[in-house]
Design a binder for this molecule. Structure first.
Ligand code: 5GP
Ligand code: ZN
Length: 113
């Protein structure tokens, strides 16, 4: 079963990289919804938040700590930014490899659509 984001992690599909380390990869969304729109993913394939187990807090915790670091590196931290995880089809998840959208460079409304 192929996964688009696993292919990007492996370098078989190109993406505009924003960050990578042993645990986490971040790249710019191909269809940006804000002046800055980065996707931050664990290297490890986990389809949805619903697939997390009690063994996974380190993976997801590391990913979120990297979200904050990447937001600082993208100069989003002072103004603020939005972090979104669409989870499941009704929420609009289209790629089933856990990812956090990091959006910044504009103001955001609430509630989201
Ligand atoms: P989701 O809809 O699952 O929350 O988010 C998936 C995101 O992946 C979408 O914002 C979509 O624009 C982005 N995306 C889909 N295919 C590609 C691709 O090939 N490259 C990049 N960089 N982003 C992609
Ligand atoms: Zn994957």
């Amino acid at each position: 079963m192929s996964c688009l984001f696993c292919e990007i992690v492996a370098g078989r599909i190109p993406a505009k990289m924003a960050y990578k380390d042993d645990d986490v990869v971040a790249f710019h969304d191909i269809n940006p919804q804000a002046p800055t729109h980065v996707l931050v993913i664990p290297r490890r394939h986990i389809p949805t938040l619903d697939d997390l187990t009690e063994a996974d807090p380190a993976t997801i915790g590391t990913t979120l700590v990297r979200v904050a670091r990447i937001a600082r590196e993208q100069n989003l931290a002072s103004d603020g930014y939005r972090v979104i995880a669409n989870n499941g089809e009704a929420a609009g998840q289209t790629v089933f490899h856990i990812h956090f959208h990091v959006l910044g460079g504009r103001n955001f409304g609430w509630p989201p659509g």
